[in-house]
Design a binder for this molecule. Structure first.
Ligand SMILES: Cc1cc2nc3c(=O)[nH]c(=O)nc-3n(C[C@H](O)[C@H](O)[C@H](O)COP(=O)(O)OP(=O)(O)OC[C@H]3O[C@@H](n4cnc5c(N)ncnc54)[C@H](O)[C@@H]3O)c2cc1C
Length: 488
């Protein structure tokens, strides 16, 4: 039943990292006739590391059933991947209120792949609209220019490995040293620490607690959205000239599949190419004397095109005789036809969504290369400390007994000192899922979906190839690009 009608020029589906960055950039360009439709509430607009203790924020990430906003609107055909901890954070702000702010541009070895349209690679990396590149502009706004340095200082060496400092888009809370907030596009509207409005109103025009069920079309052109108000269950139609899907990769895929299949039922209700990062790690507490060559900090090392993975390493001296080390690799999964989102067409929306994933031979090479690299770092670290070291005890990546929730205090505290825990992250739980709506593939260089005029895409679902980089710097850069296209 339709209870009311609204009309907007641009409807943005999902108020998370991509959707809000787009709304912000449109606002900066003077476009105000827009509406963000967000399935979750819009009450607390600050980052979880500002509103909860560091321990509770870690629990919310690694044990998300503790988070009232956690929601998984799909079924996994590849459990344990895309199951359990895999899901969305359904609230205005989305995962921009959870992320850690690690900003890494997609590596040249991935961006130079012809799968990335060369015009977009150029905009991201070289120059955009005759000025600085998109990466440069976003990095300058976020204060993370160091993320683009090709020869950063390397304050840490472990054997042959040289580490720089992790570059993060975040601020410490000036009033509480335990609390911080990573960048959110909401920073444009409200103070990240106090929540006080910086503009009136303190958010873009938003319809919250409103789930988008379907994109409506006529003769292959977008006409608007069918939505359901979650508090009343009532349905509405919102008329829009342009719709942007920014609801996370799997919801973007569902909405695009429904729209494409409804416009032309010979198009299969499936989008292939789903990717996440392939992640491994180890953590250990070592009884060793404080070593000035191993200063406390959070470090980063690119693994290069052979490994297709980056390394993140935390060193923390618990006292002068005890070091805690936590290392992880973030490796690239390539798009393949056997990793997909598909839907079951039905008379009503939303269609049921199923997710399937598999690793190709080249992905299995990454699994091995990451484990070798971590083993190498572990052995060289132990050697530099005269500490005995056996190989890291990795188990089956497809069905690991130990995932990264073993770093939660309740597991970590049971681990014997001196023995490393090795873990793998299930696909779909690294929160970097993307790839099903690639630029240069089903989406053109104006970010518009083939076969549905006026339907645009934002977020990591656009990436034709992920590289090893964390996605958000590129998500923000591409949102800025789309804003300029829509504003024009
Ligand atoms: C703990 C954590 C740490 C992370 N750290 C990093 C990091 O350091 N670096 C990095 O690059 N990335 C990091 N990420 C990943 C990053 O946060 C995500 O890649 C990014 O938020 C994805 O942006 P998005 O807009 O596509 O999705 P989201 O931010 O998830 O936003 C999607 C929004 O759409 C809404 N929505 C979904 N379906 C519907 C619907 N049908 N109708 C209406 N609204 C809908 C959701 O409620 C949500 O608000 C991290 C993520 C987490 C959880």
């Amino acid at each position: 039943m339709t209870t009311a009608n609204r009309r907007t020029r641009i409807a943005i589906v999902g108020g998370g990292m991509a959707g809000l960055e787009l709304a912000k950039e449109l606002h900066r360009r003077g476009v105000t006739d827009l509406l963000v439709i967000e399935a979750g509430p819009a009450k607390e607009l600050r980052h979880v590391n500002r509103t909860t203790s560091p321990e509770d924020a870690l629990q919310m990430f690694l044990a998300p059933h503790n988070d009232p906003h956690f929601h998984r609107p799909w079924t996994s055909e590849s459990s344990p991947h895309y199951d359990g901890r895999s899901g969305l954070r359904r609230r205005l702000g989305g995962r921009s209120l959870y992320w850690w702010g690690a900003t890494v541009p997609i590596e040249d070895w991935a961006l130079n792949d012809p799968a990335w349209p060369s015009a977009i690679t150029q905009d991201l990396r070289d120059s955009w609209r005759d000025g600085p590149s998109l990466y440069e502009r976003v990095a300058a706004d976020l204060g993370v220019e160091a993320a683009l340095s090709t020869s950063p200082p390397t304050p840490l060496a472990i054997g042959s490995h040289r580490f720089s400092t992790v570059v993060r888009a975040y601020h410490d809370d000036p009033t509480d040293p335990d609390q911080w907030a990573a960048y959110s596009p909401l920073d444009y509207w409200r103070d990240p620490f106090t929540g006080a409005a910086l503009r009136d109103p303190d958010r873009p025009p938003t319809l919250s607690d409103t789930e988008v069920l379907a994109v409506t079309t006529h003769s292959g052109t977008v006409t608007g959205l069918t939505v359901r108000h979650r508090t009343t269950g009532e349905l509405d139609h919102i008329a829009a000239e342009t719709v942007v899907l920014s609801a996370g990769t799997i919801e973007n895929s569902r909405l695009a599949i429904q729209a494409r299949h409804t416009a032309n039922n010979s198009v299969p209700p499936r989008l292939a190419g789903l990717t996440d990062h392939i992640v491994h790690g180890f953590a250990a507490t070592l009884n060793v004397a404080r070593n000035p060559n191993l200063p406390e900090g959070s470090y980063f090392m690119p693994g290069g095109p052979q490994v297709r993975a980056n390394v993140f390493l935390d060193l923390f001296w618990q006292n002068d005789n005890q070091l805690y080390v936590n290392a992880k690799t973030t490796g690239e999964q390539l798009r393949n036809e056997d990793s997909y989102v598909d839907c079951v067409p039905a008379d009503s929306y939303p269609w049921e969504v199923r997710v399937h994933t598999s690793l190709s031979a080249r992905d299995n090479e990454v699994v091995s290369a990451e484990r070798d690299l971590l083993n190498n770092i572990w052995h060289e670290l132990a050697e530099s400390l005269d500490h005995p070291a056996e190989d890291l005890p990795f188990d089956d990546f497809q069905n690991p007994a130990t995932t990264n929730d073993t770093v939660l205090p309740e597991s970590a505290d049971t681990q014997p000192v001196g023995k490393p825990m090795a873990w793998s992250v299930l696909l779909g739980t690294e929160e970097h899922e993307g790839g099903t709506l690639p630029l240069g593939g089903v989406v053109d260089e104006r970010h518009e979906l083939a076969g549905v005029r006026g339907l645009h895409i934002a977020g990591p679902s656009l990436f034709p190839r992920m590289g090893a980089a964390n996605p958000s710097l590129t998500t923000l850069a591409l949102a800025r690009r789309l804003a300029a296209i829509l504003a024009d």
